[in-house]
Design a protein around this ligand. Structure first.
Ligand code: ADP
Ligand code: ADP
Length: 224
């Protein structure tokens, strides 16, 4: 079953196409990389997929829900790690997760259980009451992951999950993503080919807003 689908997605800013006629379909259980250099259109396409940006052409669907007409149903399935981690630097991770949980219709005992689970998975216990803006890049990224995982979605869209992390943190995040990939469908963006080989069984390559490859990491390496 297709869990993440881009149908002819384009986004124009004036005459400039940040992304142009992008179509692909990620099936249940796949861990896909969205590979491309900086400025290729990865973040823009991801925001079109999450429904955060409105496309100029085409549409996105998540778990079969059209994100233009049926976005709330799609968002229930979807966890999203935005480009620079969570917004709201003055909030603590605890407040952010509570707020986000409530916005997703989770409260009471269930919210406590989910919070405990993601705080454990993302190793956040030591910083949970501190303002997010005061945390290191690595911890901010983990708060973003905790937010993406809080409502236990089966689809994850992760925008550069290892960007700006040190080698130890990168190893931890890769391990976490490999474990999550055993249960969830994942699309993660990166500009590093190694990252694809370390985590993914599918790769969509984008350059200057256009898709230039869609296949397995082995096929991509053979082609180059
Ligand atoms: P990537 O995530 O691959 O680095 P982006 O999707 O962030 O690429 O950006 C793709 C292109 O679109 C870049 O040239 C960027 O400058 C441009 N772009 C992104 N957002 C906007 C915007 N709001 N207005 C104008 N241009 C934008
Ligand atoms: P709304 O603004 O309509 O209440 P949300 O802000 O909750 O919707 O989410 C907008 C879309 O982006 C959703 O599809 C959601 O999955 C995704 N999203 C989740 N968290 C963030 C975030 N921190 N920044 C941007 N988009 C997010």
């Amino acid at each position: 079953q297709a869990m993440i689908e881009a149908h002819d997605l384009s986004k124009f800013y004036g005459n400039f196409a940040a992304t142009r006629n992008v179509s692909f379909s990620i099936k249940q259980g796949e861990v896909a990389a969205f590979l491309g250099p900086n400025g290729a259109g990865k973040s823009t396409t991801m925001k079109l997929l999450t429904g955060y940006l409105a496309p100029s052409t085409g549409y996105a669907s998540i778990a079969g829900h059209n994100m233009a007409s049926d976005r709330i149903a799609g968002a229930k399935h979807l966890g999203y790690l935005p480009e620079n981690g969570p917004l709201y630097p003055d909030m603590s991770a605890h407040s952010l997760l509570t707020f986000f949980g409530n916005a997703r219709g989770i409260s009471g005992r269930r919210l406590e259980e989910r919070m405990e689970s993601v705080i454990g998975t993302c190793n956040l216990a030591s910083v949970i009451r501190k303002p997010i803006g005061k945390l290191s890049k690595g911890f901010r990224q983990r708060v973003g992951m905790a937010q993406a995982l809080l409502h236990d979605p089966d689809v994850l869209i992760l925008d550069e999950p290892t960007a700006g992390l040190d080698p130890n943190q990168i190893r931890e995040v890769r391990k976490m993503i490999r474990e999550l990939g055993e249960k969830k469908t994942i699309l993660l963006s990166t500009h590093i080919l190694q990252e694809v080989q370390a985590m993914c069984n599918r790769v969509v390559f984008i350059n200057e807003g256009r898709m230039v490859f869609d296949g397995t990491p082995a096929e991509l390496t053979r082609q180059q």
